[in-house]
Design a protein around this ligand. Structure first.
Ligand SMILES: [Cu+2]
Length: 462
């Protein structure tokens, strides 16, 4: 497929272009640049996408390589945990970019491995096999979501156009582990032409499996019943290069589509400590009042960065402590707007509120200060054709979080707690990695010129 010309629908590049083109000024092909993110078509669209890709690969394997006719696309089970311990050697192994993708040569030491990409097309950490942190992949919150539709639900909120790429907010599964795996692998995977990296397809097979697992795990878990979702048509190409169309309605059962997963119960998340209370903010009504904000963009680096927010002079001093009280229905919402980078930053970031940046114990993703993640998937370089020139938006409902900080006595309700942003650390590289590699992998460092940044940060109350 990689040897076929880009003009052929069954070529590697055409297939990747369906998701997103690499060109700065993409051409007018209506079948390209179609990936839907931050909306409720994310799951059905990607299911049909990997199904057609699998059919094309199987056709090559069968007819050109004389291989098995039951070849199937594998899934990368980075959410797998053995013995209930995310830090066991086996669990860590599952969260490394698989070794078949990290070696420049085939197992017989010959030739170029077509599954391999060199830096900077992948992050240094992923390239070395340093595992992504469990905190970044645990799908528990998504898998427990009672409904499909809604920002704080499994599959994102009502979406009127499938061409909504990133203006909307990702549903829980799309956010984690999906977006954070894109950010961990980095390089090509952090951009909309991510399917050029072969690991893309195994990543999405696992996301697809988790959708099937969510449906199978609870009879109350249902796909949308709205005609706008059910009736939406997704267009792809089959192994003969012909157009094939699927309605979301016809993409609800993997068995009906002719495939099953080895397991729908392996790697579906572990209950995190009770205090992980911050969540994506749903549509907020009435419109929130801003109580504090940054005055300019915040550039992120390799170190924990404290971002002070300046109080809004017109805001009532009691607005924030009122919201952070179990006795009032008011909410406190932290919003990060225009999150973007000029080149792949090769790391995800963790966000804390109320933490002391120089106290490592405060920067614990299971501690009371952690509120969530920011990533740069689809907001790298010139993405104007994808989301109107703006970067990504993240909203966190930190109401319960602030209430807990008051109860713990680390915030007195006066003043604005510090926002602290720090790169998400990776686990130890494989034992055979060199000393230099270990040092490199331990602290993810955005490459010079990548300039990951948050355009503005604001704190609002309802
Ligand atoms: Cu993806």
């Amino acid at each position: 497929m990689q040897g076929r010309p880009e003009s052929e629908p069954t070529s590697w590049l055409w297939q990747a272009n369906i998701h997103g083109e690499k060109a700065e000024n993409p051409g007018p092909n209506p079948e390209w640049n179609n990936c839907p993110h931050g909306g409720w078509f994310f799951l059905p669209w990607h299911r049909a996408y990997i199904l057609c890709f699998e059919e094309i690969v199987r056709d090559v394997i069968q007819n050109e390589l004389d291989g098995p006719d039951d070849w199937a696309l594998p899934y990368w089970n980075y959410t797998r945990v053995t013995n209930g311990d995310p830090d066991s050697p086996e669990s860590l192994e599952c969260r490394r970019l698989p070794s078949a993708f990290r070696s420049p040569v085939w197992p017989d030491e010959e030739g170029d491995n077509p599954l391999f990409l060199a830096e900077p097309d992948r992050s240094p950490g992923a390239a070395l096999g340093a595992p992504i942190g469990w905190t970044e992949v645990n799908p528990y919150k998504a898998m427990q979501a009672p409904r499909f539709t809604g920002v704080t639900q499994f599959g994102s909120e009502y979406t009127d156009s499938h061409l909504l790429h990133s203006n909307g907010q990702s549903g829980l599964l799309e956010m984690q582990p999906h977006n954070l795996i894109h950010g961990y692998v980095g390089g090509v995977m952090s951009q909309f032409f991510s399917p050029r990296d072969p690991i893309f397809w195994l990543h999405h097979a696992n996301i697809d499996r988790l959708w099937a697992a969510w449906i199978a795990s609870n009879s109350g878990h249902k796909n949308p019943t709205d005609a706008d979702w059910l009736g939406f048509t997704h267009t792809f190409r089959n192994a003969q290069g012909n157009q094939v169309r699927f309605k979301s309605e016809d993409l609800q059962s993997e068995e009906a589509l002719g495939y099953v997963y080895e397991s729908l119960t392996d790697g579906v998340g572990l209950k995190p400590p009770e205090r992980l209370v911050a969540m994506l903010a749903a549509g907020v009504d009435p419109p929130p009042q801003q109580v504090a904000a940054t005055s300019g963009p915040t550039d992120l680096g390799p170190d924990a960065l404290a971002v002070p927010l300046t109080p809004e002079p017109s805001a009532r001093a009691e607005a924030l402590p009122e919201a952070a009280s179990p006795q009032t229905p008011n909410r406190a919402i932290l919003t990060m707007d225009d999150v973007r980078a000029d080149a792949p930053p090769q790391t995800n970031y963790r966000v804390f509120v109320g933490a002391r940046p120089d106290h490592e114990e405060d920067l614990d993703p299971e501690g009371p200060y952690f509120i969530g993640h920011v990533h740069f998937f689809g907001a790298v370089g010139d993405n104007t054709h994808h989301h109107g020139g703006g970067g990504l938006t993240f909203k966190f409902d930190i109401t319960e979080h602030l209430t807990e900080l008051r109860q713990l006595g680390v915030w007195d309700g006066e003043g604005i707690p510090l926002v602290v942003v720090t790169p998400a650390p990776l686990g130890p590289p494989p034992p055979d990695a060199g000393e230099e590699a270990r040092a490199l992998a331990a602290v993810p460092t955005p490459p010079p010129g990548s300039r990951p940044r948050i355009g503005s940060i604001s704190l609002s109350t309802t």
